[in-house]
Write a protein that binds this ligand. Structure first.
Ligand code: ADP
Length: 792
């Protein structure tokens, strides 16, 4: 191989490679390039064309240029008005540039021509040429952006020179600088044919892939278009049939279903229903039913959430902000939440449900609300009081006329999120009278194993309740069915003392009512007046009635203010209360507590708090019958029997004649109010009433008592001690008799209540009788004219 060396002016090219054997226009604008062209025109018109590695460099140094370039002849130069030269070059041969030299105004380079070896494998070259031409033809055909004139293609296909063929073919290809440089740098006929063939085949593969993708995209587009077209048509038809809105409505429904985030299974069902609806006569009853159903599916939340994680600090703060006292209750709630938080990520954790138990108005609902607020979650509540039918929880099947979802789903719709705090009020009231088993439906709602797929009969698709934070409330534990109770973490709230109520009223209820009544700054209340409201206008364990009375007071004041505005703040004093609230309903000091024959003052527990109860007994000549009336359960009957048996066995001690029980009929009456469940604790009270009736000895009514009695006169412990003492205190009782066995629980009773009470702890009924029964006015035991109390 013979290499010739030449020295020629250099024209650097940007973004382009011109291969040998081509005639090509080149715009020359840079001063050094222009000078190079001029220099060439003066000589033998030859130049080196070399491509820049980085097109943005204006005055490229040698290292900015590729090593390989081409030898070209300047065929024609035309000066354009802007000074640029349009040059036509004819490229001849490859050249390796070896050294550069700065001349006057231009750059010259010394280079040697790269010539192909003169001999080659003719058979191989023939095959390569054929394949290259074939590939080139397919390339031109498949290449969307390349619009090559047919004659040029024919020219390539007709070429016989294996040296020129690859260069010319590559010259037409739309390759980048790297690809074309690769061709330029390839020396040797076979090598170059292979290189260009390889590049062509590479592109053909790409085109095939592209068109496959394109075909798929097109297919999809066609399908969409078809659907769109059909839908438009249907819209038009529906418009004809049922007026404008129907069509738009269907379209809107479809969009809402797509956007709702329903699980696939539900979405499928919704779309099916929609298709049915589209075929129905708009406005027909069946269309209304289908439409209502779809609205329900769309209105319950499927993905929306509210709120943050549990933050114990924040919850404590919120609970304190909203509630006075209740320290132990708040502590228990926080503990419960802490455990829940720790178990947050534990899928297998089956936490219990919080259940707040206590009389009305002690803040159960509002504690639930605070928990929601502290977590920034939506809050909903439903009352289960009086729910007898499973359908109220789960809804009715759609086949019923006017069917609707049950309370659970209705509340979820109200919540609008999948994770609200959900308060189930009065869960004890539901179970007490059940039909169709609402309790087992509730069990499913509250069971983490099952509530992921809660089914409402109306919705008829599984609905996930597992992210709901359920809290339940109840007045009494005893009426919650066992399986439900087992799932719950019970927190008891017993009721407030008068002092606590006063603090709650001052700190919470009164300011809230002032705000609600727009009377802030115009009305104030004296502490003594609040106390009087508590004592004389309400009698309750909680503060609900207290809140109502304060609300009433503010409303009355507001009305007066409107009629007759005043300056500054008007103060409500104790003596003003009748003016606002009417005559007091309760007068503790006026309580009837003169001693009475045939009566006794008992203390009872009820679901709405503690209460006083007066047991009455009447003895009339007869044959020893025992008659019981009023709110008496079997347990109370047993108490009465036990009391009677005790009196018989100790008859002489109480001055009762031998065999008195066969000569007298006894009638024991317990007024409404105390629940039968509480029966045993009235034992000693019944004993006192009977003893008093039989002996004629008056019983002191300023002592209130509670305690179970055995046949042999032993006094046993009772429950609900705190509630009972709160009630006694509130009613103005100052002396109580309690079973000695209950002494430890006295520690739970607020100090302010205990210090007002004289407590007598007893072990035997005789201690009770001795304390309460006064000597008979006439020393004779019951005669044929015993002391009677009228029947209530
Ligand atoms: P429940 O649900 O136990 O029947 P609520 O939560 O409805 O009782 O309470 C009745 C009213 O008394 C509500 O306005 C509540 O905010 C208020 N309340 C109850 N306890 C407290 C308390 N400890 N501090 C402040 N407000 C209280």
């Amino acid at each position: 191989m013979e290499n010739r060396t030449l020295e020629l002016p250099v024209i650097p090219l940007r973004n382009t490679v011109i291969l040998p054997h081509a005639t090509s226009p080149v715009d020359v604008g840079r001063p050094r390039s222009k000078a190079a062209v001029e220099r060439a025109s003066e000589g033998d018109r030859h130049v080196f064309l070399v491509t820049q590695k980085a097109p943005e460099v204006d005055e490229p140094a040698p290292e900015d240029l590729y090593d390989t370039g081409v030898l070209a002849a300047v065929k024609q130069v035309m000066r354009l008005p802007d000074g640029t030269l349009q040059v036509v070059v004819e490229t001849k041969a490859r050249a390796r540039l070896l050294a550069y030299r700065e001349e006057r105004g231009y750059v010259a380079a010394a280079g040697e021509l790269l010539e192909d070896p003169p001999t080659y494998d003719e058979a191989l070259v023939r095959v390569l040429m054929r394949e290259l031409k074939e590939a080139f033809e397919r390339y031109v055909e498949a290449h969307k952006g390349l619009r090559l004139d047919r004659y040029k293609v024919e020219a390539v296909l007709g070429m016989v020179d294996p040296v020129r063929l690859p260069d010319v073919a590559a010259g037409y290809a739309t390759w980048n600088v790297e690809d074309k440089m690769a061709v330029l740098e390839t020396v040797g006929v076979e090598n170059r044919l292979k290189k260009v063939l390889e590049l062509l085949l590479r592109d053909l593969e790409r085109f095939a892939l592209d068109s496959k993708i394109a075909a798929r995209v097109k297919e999809q587009m066609d399908a969409n278009q078809r659907e769109y077209y059909l839908r438009e048509q249907m819209k038009a038809i529906q418009k004809e049939l049922g007026g404008e809105d129907a069509a738009g409505e269907m379209l809107e429904l479809r969009e809402r279903i797509e956007a709702s985030g329903m699980p696939d299974e539900v979405k499928e069902k919704a779309l099916k229903e929609l298709t049915r609806l589209e075929r129905m006569q708009p406005g027909s009853p069946e269309a209304t039913v289908a439409r209502t159903y779809l609205d329900w599916l769309l209105d319950v939340p499927w993905t929306e959430t509210s709120g943050d994680a549990i933050d114990i600090q924040l919850t404590r703060q919120v609970l304190d902000e909203d509630h006075y006292g209740l320290d132990e209750v708040k502590e228990r709630i926080l503990e419960f939440l802490a455990v829940r938080q720790l178990a947050e990520d534990d899928e297998s954790y089956k936490g219990p449900i919080l259940c707040l138990v206590g009389p009305p108005g002690v803040g159960k609902t509002s504690l639930g609300r605070s928990v929601a607020r502290s977590m920034n979650r939506k809050f909903v509540r439903i009352s289960l009081g009086g729910v007898r039918d499973e359908a109220e929880i789960r809804g009715h099947r759609r086949t019923y006329i006017g069917a609707l979802p049950g309370k659970i789903i209705q509340a979820m719709k109200t919540a609008g999120v999948v994770n609200p705090v959900f308060l189930l009020d009065e869960i004890d009231k539901m179970a007490s009278d059940w039909r169709g088993d609402p309790a087992s439906a509730m069990l499913e709602v509250l069971d983490p194993e099952q509530n992921k797929t809660f089914t409402d009969h109306y919705l008829d698709v599984p609905y996930d309740l597992s992210r709901v934070f359920f809290i339940t409330t109840a007045n009494s534990l005893s009426t919650i069915p066992g399986p439900l109770r087992d799932r719950m973490e019970i927190i008891e709230i017993p009721g407030y003392t008068a002092l606590e109520k006063e603090q709650i009223a001052k700190g919470f209820l009164w300011p809230r009512q002032l705000e609600a009544g727009q009377m802030k700054g115009r009305l104030a209340i004296e502490d003594a007046a609040i106390r009087r409201v508590i004592h004389e206008y309400t009698r309750e364990a909680g503060v609900r009635e207290l809140e109502r009375q304060l609300a009433k007071l503010v409303r009355r004041a507001a009305k007066r203010y409107i009629e007759n505005p005043w300056e500054g703040e008007r103060r409500v004093a104790e003596a003003d209360l009748p003016d606002y609230l009417g005559v007091p309903k309760y007068r503790p000091d006026k309580r009837e507590d003169a001693p009475q024959v045939g009566a006794a003052q008992g203390l009872a527990w009820t679901p709405v708090g503690g209460a006083l109860l007066t047991v009455e007994a009447l003895a009339v000549p007869g044959k020893g019958n025992l008659k019981l009336t009023g709110n008496l359960g079997d347990v109370m009957k047993e108490s009465a029997q036990a009391a009677l048996s005790y009196l018989r066995s100790t008859a002489s001690r109480w001055g009762l004649p031998e065999g008195f029980h066969t000569q007298w009929d006894l009638h024991v009456h317990v007024p409404e109010g105390a629940t039968p469940k509480d029966g045993p604790s009235a034992g000693i009270t019944i004993a006192v009433a009977i003893a008093s009736a039989l002996t004629g000895r008056p019983a002191r009514m300023d002592w209130a008592m509670t305690g179970e009695v055995t046949l042999r006169g032993k006094v046993l412990a009772i429950g609900g001690l705190k509630e009972k003492l709160l009630a006694a205190h509130q009613s103005g009782i100052r002396q109580v008799i309690l079973p000695a066995e209950n002494e430890p629980q006295l520690a739970e009773v607020p100090e302010e209540v205990l210090c007002d009470l004289e407590v007598k702890l007893v072990e035997q009924v005789e201690e009770v009788l001795e304390t309460v029964l006064l000597p008979a006015p006439e020393p004779t035991p019951p005669t044929d004219k015993p002391s009677l109390r009228p029947e209530a």
